[in-house]
Design a protein around this ligand. Structure first.
Ligand code: PLP
Length: 211
């Protein structure tokens, strides 16, 4: 990643515009300056804070730091994971399997993909609010590129068997996404299982807001 900082004079602590005033440089007169290659101290501190957070989240999820992507919230994370995977894999197939009890963030992403020509199978839960791996297995076709099953339901609180569903998807070469927005808190007490939960789960939407 480039560390050059572009900014307006006066915004950054280390402001070469001030020292270069009167040089006649057109870019400086226009108000756009190229800062030194060394980011300002505040930038370095922000970068260190984000890197630290990235490392700690990766550690918690048993993931690589490079796999952590920060978004504005859960809705954006769900959109990115679902639309991103579906569109990237559309040459392989245009079928998705999701549960009918997903949050609107997931369901709206699926509707958007349906408008683009994808087919979506919506799985209904049993009377305990649970989706079974057998249901998922029966819904997967050679056209299926993504399965999305939430971790913890935001209305019923049902905890889905995502480790088993994730392993099933891995065996069928289908990308698995789980919306774990409501599960950050519960993931703490199932942390011993996190390795088995996260390793078969290439895409997780996660937030601290509901922990
Ligand atoms: C399960 C679930 N997914 C996604 C979201 C959307 O998250 P956000 O409000 O951060 O966009 C929520 C919000 O409550 C949620 O409960």
């Amino acid at each position: 990643m480039r560390s050059d900082v572009y900014g307006l004079p006066g915004l950054c602590g280390n402001n070469p515009a001030r020292s270069a005033r009167g040089t006649g440089d057109a870019a400086l007169r226009a108000g756009v300056v190229r800062q030194s290659r060394q980011p300002a101290r505040s930038g370095r501190l922000a970068r260190a804070g984000i890197d630290d957070a990235r490392d700690r989240i990766a550690d918690h999820l048993n993931a690589q730091a490079s796999e952590i992507v920060f978004t504005s919230g859960g809705t954006e994370a769900d959109n990115l994971a679902i639309k991103g995977a579906a569109r990237a894999l559309s040459a392989r197939g245009k079928h998705l399997v999701v549960t009918a009890i997903e949050h609107q963030a997931v369901l709206a992403s699926c509707r958007a993909l349906e408008a683009e020509g994808f087919r979506v199978t919506y799985l209904s839960p049993n009377h305990d609010g649970l989706i079974t791996p057998d249901q998922v297995a029966a819904a997967i076709t050679p056209e299926t590129v993504l399965v999305s099953c939430m971790y913890a339901n935001n209305e019923m609180g049902a905890i889905q068997p995502i480790a088993d569903i994730g392993l099933l998807c891995r065996g069928r070469h289908v990308v698995f996404h789980t919306d774990a927005i409501q599960a950050a808190g519960s993931c703490r007490w199932t942390c011993g299982r996190c390795t088995s939960i996260c390793s078969p789960c290439p895409r997780i939407s996660f937030t601290d807001r509901r922990a």
